[in-house]
Each structure stands twice: as C-alpha cells, then as structure tokens.
Design a protein. Sequence first.
Length: 207
Amino acid sequence: MTGKLVTFEGIDGSGKSTMLSLLQASDAKAPLFPNGTVFTREPTKETLTGKAVYAAIGNNVDPLSELFLFLADHAAHLNDTVRPALNAGKLVISDRYSDSRCAYQGATLKNTIPDAFDFVCRLHEPWTIKPDLTFLFDISPEVSCSRCKDRGAQTKFERVDFLNEVRKNFKQLAKDEPKRFVILDAEKKPEENEKIILKHLKTLSEE
C-alpha cells in the first residue's frame, strides 16, 4: 500500500488545529489507516527552519524573505516527515501545507510582485508532493478574527481585510482543483465536519 497525503487548509481561526486533535483522538480509538497515521503541521515548530519562520513573522521580515523561509521549512518538512511516512505506506495529515503559501504569501506579495499568487504557486510545482486530498475549512474573516482575538495574541496575518484576500486565494485553489478539495463550513460544530472527514478518509484508506 502506498501512503496518502491529506492536508487541512483555511484562514486563521477556522478550526484546523481543533480538527487535528479530534482526529488524533479518533485514531487512538480506531486507526484511521492500515499502516498508521502521522499528524504534522506547517510551519514546523521544533526545527531550525520552523523557528526561523516564526521569528520572521514576529519581526515583520519583508514578505519576499518570509516567503523563502516558508519554502525552506516546507522542503525540510517534506524530507524529514512527509516523504518518509508516505514511503512507509502511512497516512499523513498536515495542518497547513503548500496551499497556505499560495494563499497567504500570494496575498502579502500582491503589491510587490506581478501575479504574486501564480508566482508563489509555481515555485512549488517542480519539487513538492501534491496532496491526495485537501479539506478547506471555509469561514468568514469576521468570525475568524473574533476567534483569534479570543485565543490570545494575534499575528499580523489576522486582519479582516487581509484574510478576505487570503480566503479568495484559497477559493481559487479549490476552483482550480475541485477533485482534490473538499470545502467544509468551518462555522459548523467541529463534530459535524469530523464525520465528513472520517467518511472521506475511510474511502481513501480503501483505494
């Protein structure tokens, strides 16, 4: 059996991390995939590249430098976590992946580089691994920012005007690849969306 790559995407506060926790609990009770499941995320946290990304976000590094730090972290994530797990026939579920770069850095670079969204997406094409399935947690930026405010300190990305642009980019990605994307209403209760996700994962495990 070959491994499968599933990604969670969406603007901040859309419930991706909550869903990851729910699925980890489900997997502990009944394995989601015959060869096991690896739960991961981008940016990575305890790695050199991941720490550089978080430092860049916190210090308002210029958008182009920030993009390439994100790309370096994605490359390290692929090499250290994603590819080995897939080669071992495992299911990989990642909270954010390359689509987040297209959506977020496509927005931050909008006034810096012509066709920034396409530019960022093309940077990934020659070397990344395409997800088998992507769940897009769709939520209004207003609700997103309200949730982010409730959970504590907000990052520079958590503004309604900016998130409107990011949300538009995510929807364009889903429109371009409708067979890969499943759009979820992230304003519903997490348990409702968990049922939808588990149904798709069951189908994926049987392929």
